[in-house]
Design a protein around this ligand. Sequence first.
Ligand code: MLT
Length: 429
Amino acid sequence: MSEDGKERTAELQYDDGALRLPVLTGSEGDEAIEVKTLLAKAGKVALDPGFVNTASCRSAITYIDGDAGILRYRGYPIQELATGSSFIEVCHLLIYGELPGPGELKEFADKLKVNAGIPEEMRTLLDAFPRNGHPMTLLGSAINTLAAYYSDSVDPSDPDQVELATIRLLAKLPTIAAHIYRNSVGEQPVEPDASLDYVENFLHMTFGQEKGQGELGSLFVKAMDLLLILHADHEQNCSTATVRVVGSSQADMYGSVTGGINALFGPLHGGANQAVLEMLEEIRQSGGDIDAFLERVKARETRLMGFGHRVYKNFDPRSKEIKGLASQILANQERPDELFELALRLESKALADSYFTERKLYPNVDFYTGVIYRAMGFPTNMFTVLFAIGRLPGWIAHWREQAADSSARIARPRQLYTGPAERAYPGHA
Ligand code: MLT
């Protein structure tokens, strides 16, 4: 609607006709041309591989302005949430729409503590998984089976069951992730401790008594909490879109989140934080020559991981926060971190080179996260699992928003068929 209350339209002209399509305006002034009648009225589909310019839904959760480098959850700037809120408060904000008051926060945190344990049979199942399997593969399998252990919370049309699934997923995913990690390093899993808060408890279940104590421990807890906030939602990214597509068939929340975990695992999505560390390690091992590496990137012989973003054509606002955190953590290390220093030099050389700036290639959320996780003692193959713990409230919020939307329909894209036209069947000789 325009200010005078008239419906706004855009005209689409094609060889044999024209069509008026509604122009819709979002709460931040963004505009969308609604094309859902295109097939019925004009006999044509919209072709947009990779959804580069397709809004698949209306959503009130997260706002991004990629040109200005703005990210807000439910209207609050990410920088303010990062400095003023805890991850649990941000979970509440994303899922229920508002930051919790003190009473609500306690109730929410208590529910997560009470539900942090996993059934004995599930422990046996986790112990039977291959110890050297990638933790993301194992996490996806384990989360999918939660639907079998908790069949009283799989009905998407029952609000009480949806709430139960929400709490169970948030409470149990870190416990499962820590159990998988302990198995992978040949250590006994550590039980959740209800006296600890969410992030402290995760670090406790992962590292036992080693971390979470003393000055460095509290810095790690703060760092982990901040990283989880920065990863908590990013509107219709690949894994969240996957959660929505799976959920659109009225699949349960556990199965939908499993779809998100598998999408996140890919190196072009959440797996990129692991790929950045591998890239830095490769540069280090080949003598640390950044100029030579950047020349290979320009010759398209290798990729500069952790740079560039589909949506941000400016700095990723999350990467600025993460870089500051990395400097803080690494300043507290006993020895200088070679890979962090390499990352700093690589960033400044790339940003001083017009090849990268003309292509709007700036560091993204994945560029510095790996060096922090490494300094905290996580092995490379756990990095994407940490991203999954952070992204979980976003997946849940989007799944719930869609489940509550009476206008939502099963996701069923169209295609432009490019195979053979009808031809004669050869028959049997
Ligand atoms: C994310 O946070 O999901 C990544 O930046 C990828 C994206 O938004 O497309």
